[in-house]
Ligand binder design. Structure first.
Ligand code: ADP
Length: 295
């Protein structure tokens, strides 16, 4: 059986319903990818999630949510801590997000990490720039060292830079760590608009150049409604992606794309068709409200 292990922070989500009351759910970029991957993968792929939680009721509920979704939790337990939380506010149809995650247990996920659980050569470990952003500098170093060692053992490391400057002390620190993360990764899944803003790339090929130069073997450059660029084995290809006619909510577009792509990769589909699977899943996700929607 092949395995996908996503690494990062899952949070409690409070989202307003039509009457203005709040529904509680669970979400977070790498967790969303694990959740979609579980839905898309057949019996031949197992999906796990590596993070840390506390010992309180919200932490138990989060663990149970993962188990009920068929995702194997690899959660370090931190006594006295809890999980992070975010709340979505709606004002005149515009969504805004407030976060309470400064002391969440997930910030300690790398504290005693020495090896990635359950993975063998050919499996995939997936993390993001948000995973790195929430860790202290020592935790970032530990995680990248563990990933680098796993890569040496033949595990494929997949990375979505997911640039979120507000989670970092400054943009330069963010960009430095992102490129260090790239240097331990086989697959990078950047979104062009963010990369253009923070790295000054003038087109998606420049983004691919930068990740290739860092040692990434397969670069997939997402670009919202536009075609997706793949750079691999010295070749470049554009996979067609038609703009969606209705966009309801783009939350988790990139996360679900990554799930579609990574599951297809684990099923040994060629890269171009794996990218097309990513586009097909993201298209369904942006046509519905919420981070986790049935696909
Ligand atoms: P992120 O959500 O991470 O910023 P993008 O905006 O680049 O990422 O979108 C990720 C993927 O979602 C795209 O590669 C594409 O497959 C799909 N997507 C996003 N917006 C649209 C759209 N308007 N029409 C069609 N596909 C879209």
């Amino acid at each position: 059986m092949k395995r996908l292990l996503a690494i990062g922070e899952c949070m409690i989500e409070l989202a307003p319903d039509a009457a203005g009351k709040f529904d509680m759910g669970f979400a977070g970029d790498t967790f969303n990818t694990a959740w979609y991957a579980r839905r898309l993968a057949g019996d031949q792929i197992s999906v796990g999630y590596l993070s840390a939680v506390g010992d309180d009721e919200p932490s138990h509920r989060m663990t149970a949510f993962m188990e009920d979704a068929g995702i194997k939790p690899h959660l370090a337990k931190r006594v006295g801590r809890s999980v992070g939380l975010y709340m979505i506010s709606l004002k005149n149809g515009e969504r805004s997000f407030s976060y309470w995650r400064d002391s969440s247990a997930a910030r300690t996920l790398a504290d005693d990490l020495t090896v990635l659980p359950d993975l063998q050569a050919g499996d995939v470990a997936y993390f993001s720039g948000i995973t790195l952003a929430v860790l202290p500098a020592a935790g970032r170093r530990t995680l990248l060292d563990v990933l680098s060692k796993a890569r040496g053992d033949g595990i494929q490391i997949a990375f979505d830079p997911n640039l979120r400057p507000r989670l970092w002390s400054d943009s330069q620190t963010m960009c430095d760590w992102i490129m260090q993360a790239a240097s331990v990764s086989d697959i990078a899944l950047p979104s062009f608009e963010d990369e253009q803003t923070f790295f000054g790339d003038t087109n998606p090929a420049k983004t691919a150049d930068r990740y290739s130069a860092a040692g990434v073997t397969t670069v997939i450059v997402k670009d919202g409604p536009r075609d997706v660029l793949i750079r691999y084995a010295g070749r470049e290809e554009l996979v067609p992606n038609d703009p969606a006619r209705t966009v309801i909510d783009t939350t988790a577009a990139g996360d679900s794309f990554n799930a579609g792509y990574l599951v297809a990769k684990l099923q040994e589909h060629p890269d171009a068709s794996a990218v097309a699977e990513g586009c097909a899943v993201a298209r369904k996700v942006i046509a519905a409200r919420g981070a986790l929607v049935e696909v």
